[in-house]
Write a protein that binds this ligand. Structure first.
Ligand SMILES: *[C@@H]1O[C@H](CO)[C@@H](O)[C@H](O)[C@H]1NC(C)=O
Ligand SMILES: *[C@@H]1O[C@H](CO)[C@@H](O)[C@H](O)[C@H]1NC(C)=O
Ligand SMILES: *[C@@H]1O[C@H](CO)[C@@H](O)[C@H](O)[C@H]1NC(C)=O
Ligand SMILES: *[C@@H]1O[C@H](CO)[C@@H](O)[C@H](O)[C@H]1NC(C)=O
Ligand SMILES: *[C@@H]1O[C@H](CO)[C@@H](O)[C@H](O)[C@H]1NC(C)=O
Ligand SMILES: *[C@@H]1O[C@H](CO)[C@@H](O)[C@H](O)[C@H]1NC(C)=O
Ligand SMILES: *[C@@H]1O[C@H](CO)[C@@H](O)[C@H](O)[C@H]1NC(C)=O
Ligand SMILES: *[C@@H]1O[C@H](CO)[C@@H](O)[C@H](O)[C@H]1NC(C)=O
Ligand SMILES: *[C@@H]1O[C@H](CO)[C@@H](O)[C@H](O)[C@H]1NC(C)=O
Length: 778
């Protein structure tokens, strides 16, 4: 099996050596790279399912395996161990040299050995969180609260602020007796900090600390915002948990902007907290430990608003894919965010056993107008509600560069890059590159500290992310930016005024695909369409951690926020249909989704307004009223995922270790497109292909469905049989979809397949790319 050593290839070393010639400042980076390649690092050693008899020896077995690469020394083996995973799957994390890791990868019973990589939270602008209280309503009305209190959602995230009103346990009945979790005490968190809403909390820091030790920069836990406990220091974990399952909160508001009640999607569901994410991110070793506990504790759903860098590596070299494989094998639904890279093919969390969510806008905008001295008014976005006294002189940041900064560098309003004499009392025009590591909020601080009174921020990506700037400021897109530039450039004494932000409802068709939301196709296995679904992730209000900023609620953007919206929907289904499999629940959300916006036109994407497609939103935008009664589902179980792994080249030996049973790849391997998935993707259609699917009746016992096809351009699609008749609940019927090329095109084309009855419509996107062999002839 593959071993991942992303930093230790000879090419990365030689590349570093060349750049090392340029300047001494690269020396420390070079040293740390060399250190990382020749001294110990943390690796995760994955050994598959717990059920496999070869692998259930636990801690002492881990020591023995480790001793084998430590010249037989059990003491050294013990010292090198970071975690032992043995509750629901087998493996461990340990400090190893590259040699030792390679040796270990050769040993029998080891599926994969991979570096303890850092995964990142999927918020767009993690430094832009600041100062707001809002009213909000995220209505999913029409759902009874019945049985919701029996649904337990595990959040693998930055922890929780249990005192937030969103996590009140008012009117919650006692904790379900099947719950096996704990409330782990620690810094500013006692084992009494949990309640009947937040029923469990644990934290995982071993993998993070081991990495910190290696770089010889010990963690500074003196900083109060770094609680060594399940307490949330960043706000992200409280935000995601309250979106999915926050209790009702009345009378939250801010400066008269948005107004409403705050509540989560499933307000009576239980929350279990697994804090595995720290200031700099979430390490694989900690994530796996969190999954191992969550599965054993008895959660029904796991929500993970974080992921690997794009492009994602192999499934079994990634803690989230491994952990969720075992979670789904245990009947737990795993919902995840697809990432915020925004570009084609950048989608992550690609495993077919995960439920992967893209981000959309809502119908609420936070609008702030920029009025130029020539009377032109431009629409921007902002959360700052301060009133400017009147128009003031306006200057381009690039013309106010200070000290050694070039005009280009200063144009981004970097720290200390602005000349105080030049910008005092003015509105400053700054640029944002669109990179998520660049803080828009920080730019407003830089302008303020240098004496500016306002900021116009030109953002090429135009993603409409609203930021609570510290001074009057508005983000505008490239087009409006050009108008500002030419006005300032051509006018003697240019002036401008930035008006306070206002909440505007329903001005633009929504939902729209958020500009930052990562797009398909699936870079690992394009036969599986990813992302699966889209939910609100732009400018979302929810609970916050007062430790991060002095506020109880905050507005944040990212697929991180989209993920728990779907988690909440999954909880609503789980409450009503506790016996449905993770795949059936996912199918119910996907096949009932819509690809139309609230104006009943095709959903478009930001910022260009083009018609969106399944690479942007998967099956579309959920329709909560329909998810409980999908009529039919595309179900799948462990054996289907095994067939999928066989089809992508796993051998009998690794398959048996991963699954812990006697599975083998017997049949002539069927293509990965045949996994019984609620969408159909054929990335390499030559002339024709038959795709198999199985429908399961979860609607009326006796019902008839007809296949309705919108074929992709240039593809002929026939469904056999065209009609299916069910006579009992749970009955399964197979069908095939035959695709044939009629007019080849070079790129992906999109269509749809629906099964229609009197009461239900079961929709699937059809995604096809024709590959023309050698000569270009079909
Ligand atoms: C194991 O022993 C060999 C030879 O005795 C030595 O070179 C090597 O450094 C030792 N390795 C460890 C991890 O102690
Ligand atoms: C909290 O921990 C203490 C000791 O650590 C233990 O005695 C007590 O039972 C625990 N309480 C709960 C609610 O778990
Ligand atoms: C917030 O919502 C509550 C309940 O809907 C409402 O009474 C209150 O006026 C709202 N606050 C603001 C500032 O709009
Ligand atoms: C507006 O004017 C008042 C009084 O002249 C002054 O105190 C305040 O700082 C001004 N505000 C801004 C944003 O310039
Ligand atoms: C700022 O600009 C003023 C006037 O143009 C100039 O005299 C001064 O040297 C500049 N300061 C810095 C730090 O660049
Ligand atoms: C301003 O205008 C001049 C001349 O038209 C042009 O060369 C320059 O690039 C412009 N600067 C900006 C920042 O647009
Ligand atoms: C796997 O097969 C072997 C013999 O073929 C049998 O002894 C064993 O019980 C089987 N294991 C499982 C988990 O079915
Ligand atoms: C896997 O095992 C099955 C049944 O034992 C066998 O028929 C098949 O050839 C094996 N496949 C490989 C790739 O070894
Ligand atoms: C449906 O297809 C599966 C294989 O995909 C097969 O095992 C099953 O027997 C088929 N069922 C019917 C009713 O044909």
């Amino acid at each position: 099996m593959p071993v991942a050593f992303p930093w230790c290839t000879s090419s990365s070393l030689s590349a570093m050596t060349k750049s090392g010639v340029i300047a001494i400042i690269f020396l420390s980076a070079l040293l740390s790279l060399i250190r990382s390649c020749f001294s110990a690092q943390v690796y995760v050693v994955y050994m598959g399912s717990k059920k496999n008899s070869r692998n259930d020896g636990g801690l002492s077995q881990d020591h023995q395996i480790l001793a084998a690469v430590h010249n037989g020394s059990i003491e050294e083996a013990q010292a090198s161990l970071v975690y032992s995973y043995n509750k629901c799957f087998r493996g461990f994390a340990a400090k190893l040299t590259e040699d030792q890791a390679l040796k270990m990868a050769e040993m029998p019973g080891i599926i994969s050995v991979f570096r303890n990589l850092k995964r990142t939270l999927h918020t767009t602008h993690s430094w832009d969180f600041m100062g707001l209280n809002f009213n909000d309503s995220m209505e999913t009305s029409g759902f009874s609260m019945k049985n919701q209190e029996n649904v337990i959602i595990g959040f693998i995230d930055t922890g929780i602020w249990p005192e937030s009103p969103s996590f009140s346990d008012e009117r919650m009945p006692p904790v379900p007796s099947r719950w096996r979790g704990v409330c782990q005490g620690g810094e500013s968190f006692s084992n009494y900090s949990c309640n009947k809403k937040v029923i469990g909390a644990r934290y995982y820091i071993g993998g993070y600390e081991a990495e910190q030790e290696m770089v010889e920069e010990p963690l500074n836990f003196v900083k109060s915002e770094n609680f060594r406990s399940p307490r949330d220091s960043s706000g992200h974990g409280s935000h995601t948990a309250s979106i999915a399952a926050g209790h009702y909160v009345h009378d939250v508001n801010y400066n008269g902007l948005a107004a409403g009640r705050a509540r989560g999607g499933a307000p009576m569901a239980r929350i279990a907290v697994y804090k595995a994410c720290w200031e700099s991110g979430c390490y694989d070793a900690d994530l796996l430990a969190a999954f191992d506990d969550a599965i054993k504790d008895g959660v029904d759903i796991i929500s993970v608003s974080l992921g690997p860098e794009s492009p994602q590596g192999d499934y079994f070299n990634d803690a989230i894919s491994i952990g969720s494989f075992h979670a789904v094998s245990n009947g737990i639904v795993v919902v995840s965010s697809t990432g915020n890279a925004g570009t084609r093919g950048s989608a992550t969390n690609l495993a077919p056993w995960m439920f992967t969510v893209a981000a959309s806008s809502t119908d609420r905008d936070f609008v702030s107008y920029v009025r130029l001295g020539n009377g032109v008014s431009l629409k921007g976005v902002s959360l700052n509600t301060d009133q400017m006294n009147g128009s003031v002189p306006t200057i381009l940041a690039s013309e106010a560069n200070a000290g050694y900064f070039t005009p280009y560098q200063s144009s981004f309003c970097l720290d200390s890059s602005l000349n105080e004499t030049k910008i005092r009392g003015k509105v400053v025009v700054c640029w944002h590159s669109g990179s998520s590591s660049e803080s828009r909020f920080a730019k407003s601080l830089v302008v303020k500290e240098a004496g500016g009174v306002g900021m116009i921020l030109i953002d090429n990506r135009g993603d409409d992310v609203a930021v609570p700037f510290i001074i009057p400021a508005a983000t505008i897109g490239r087009e409006a930016g050009n108008i500002v530039l030419s006005y300032v450039n051509r006018t003697r004494g240019p002036m401008s005024l930035i008006l306070p932000a206002k909440t505007v409802l329903g001005t633009r068709p929504s939902p729209r695909v958020a500009a930052f939301s990562s797009r398909g196709p699936n870079s690992l296995n394009p036969e599986i369409l990813k992302p699966d679904i889209m939910a609100p992730g732009l400018n979302i209000l929810a609970a916050w951690s007062p430790a991060a900023k002095k506020l109880k609620f905050n507005i944040v953007s990212g697929t991180s926020m989209a993920c728990p919206h779907v988690t909440g929907l999954v909880a609503l289904i789980k409450a009503v249909h506790p016996d449905w499999s993770p795949a059936a629940i996912r199918s119910a959300v996907m096949t009932t989704a819509t690809v139309l916006n609230k104006n009943r036109r095709a959903i478009t994407e930001d910022p260009n307004g083009k018609k969106a497609n399944p690479f942007d939103y998967g099956s579309g935008f959920p329709v909560p009223e329909r998810i409980l009664n999908p009529g039919l589902v595309y179900d799948a179980h462990s054996s289907d995922y095994k067939d999928f792994l066989c089809s992508i080249g796993y051998d009998n030996n690794s398959l048996q270790q991963i699954t812990g049973d006697n599975s083998s790849c017997t049949q002539a391997t069927s293509p990965a497109s045949n996994l019984n998935y609620p969408s159909i993707s054929v990335p390499n259609l030559k002339s024709s292909i038959s795709i198999r699917r199985t429908l399961t009746n979860v609607g009326k016992a006796s019902s008839i469905y007809q296949a309705v096809v919108h074929p992709p351009m240039g593809i002929s699609v026939t469904v056999i049989p065209k009609y299916v008749a069910f006579s009992s609940y749970g009955q399964k019927i197979n069908f095939t979809v035959n695709l044939r090329v009629t007019a080849p095109s070079n790129d992906y084309v999109f269509g749809s397949l629906s099964w229609k009855s009197a009461d239900a419509r079961v929709n699937s996107p059809l995604v096809v790319r024709v590959v023309t062999p050698g000569t270009g002839l079909i």
